[in-house]
Write a protein of this length. Structure first.
Length: 334
């Protein structure tokens, strides 16, 4: 028993240094791995900072070049405007008269102001070109160039306003155009009114002297007179004729006098008792409400231009030309 315990203790003593050695080697590996990751991150960060600095340098160079190009374009634009102003001055002088001496003096002042402004712009432009574009203060110079450009543009606009405000030729030109437009508008309005009046008078004269139109009106009066005669000739005494005894015939033919529901041609219309001589809407005597075979209901044949129609449970004889009710039977259908 004692020997067994000694063997166990010796085995434990030899196993402890081996485990410690294995654990130490694992910790060393983890340290090297962490150090490698940190180095990789530092390298990536340095690379990103290097690329950002290069991008800033390139953008500064591009912006400086664009600023130079903008200044050149501004100078070209100013030169073109100066040439245009000189041409306008030559034209004004060619068109002017001896009575516009003050206007000529104003244009001379305009030329002097623009000449001074052009000299100042030229000097500023030359100073901008003489600067060192590749120095460390390129960004600051660009900001200064932008403010100088704005100041130049502001001075130019102020001078332009003052010159145009003090120019008497421009005021005379605008006054002249306002008067021309006012006179043209008045002449145009008067001419349009006269032409319209003449056209109406000629149209009236032509229609009054047209024999065809008079014949047409006479024909329509005759037609209306004939229709009125038909109404007067309609004999309502047909009810006394035994051939048209529709009441007794209805008792023996109830199904014939029950045509079903009536649907009004107008949405919000409700039943209204129509009498003889009333004019009704054309929707009430459209072909869907015609009684095409009056004899089947023991009704007399209508004269030309009239129709028997159904109106709810009533029957109306209507003039299809004027919509006038010629005859009526109330409660005809069941």
């Amino acid at each position: 028993m004692r020997k067994a315990l000694l063997g166990i203790l010796l085995a434990a003593t030899f196993a402890t240094p081996v485990a410690a050695q294995e654990e130490g080697s694992d910790g060393l590996t983890e340290r090297y791995r962490a150090a490698g990751e940190r180095n990789q991150q530092r390298y990536e960060q340095r690379q990103e900072r290097r690329e950002a600095r290069q991008a800033e340098r390139q953008s500064a160079v591009v912006e400086q070049r664009s600023s130079d190009e903008g200044a050149a374009r501004q100078q070209q634009r100013f030169e073109r405007q100066q040439q245009r102003i000189e041409r306008q001055q030559v034209e004004h002088q060619a068109l002017g008269t001896q009575g516009h001496h003050d206007a000529a003096v104003g244009t001379d002042g305009l030329t002097d102001r623009y000449r001074r402004l052009g000299e100042r712009n030229q000097q500023r432009y030359e100073r901008r070109l003489g600067r060192d574009h590749h120095s460390s203060g390129a960004v600051a110079q660009q900001v200064e160039g932008g403010s100088e450009h704005r100041e130049l543009h502001r001075d130019y606009r102020r001078e332009h306003r003052e010159v145009h405000r003090d120019n008497p030729t421009r005021r005379e030109h605008r006054r002249y155009h306002r008067e021309v437009n006012r006179d043209h508008h008045g002449v145009h309005q008067e001419t349009h009114t006269d032409l319209h009046r003449d056209y109406r008078q000629e149209h009236r004269d032509v229609h009054d002297s047209d024999p065809t139109r008079r014949e047409h009106r006479r024909f329509h009066r005759q037609v209306n007179r004939d229709h009125s005669g038909y109404h007067r000739d309609w004999d309502r005494g047909w009810r006394n004729d035994r051939r048209y005894d529709w009441q007794n015939y209805r008792y023996s033919n109830r199904g014939l006098y029950s045509p079903g529901s009536y649907y009004s041609p107008y949405r919000d219309h409700s039943y209204s008792r129509f009498g003889i001589g009333v004019t009704i809407g054309s929707g009430f005597y459209s072909n869907r409400y015609w009684i095409n075979d009056p004899w089947s209901y023991r009704l007399p044949e209508p004269f030309p231009g009239t129709r028997w129609i159904r109106y709810y449970n009533d029957v109306l004889l209507v003039d299809t030309f004027s919509g006038e009710v010629v005859d009526v039977i109330y409660g005809f259908f069941w």
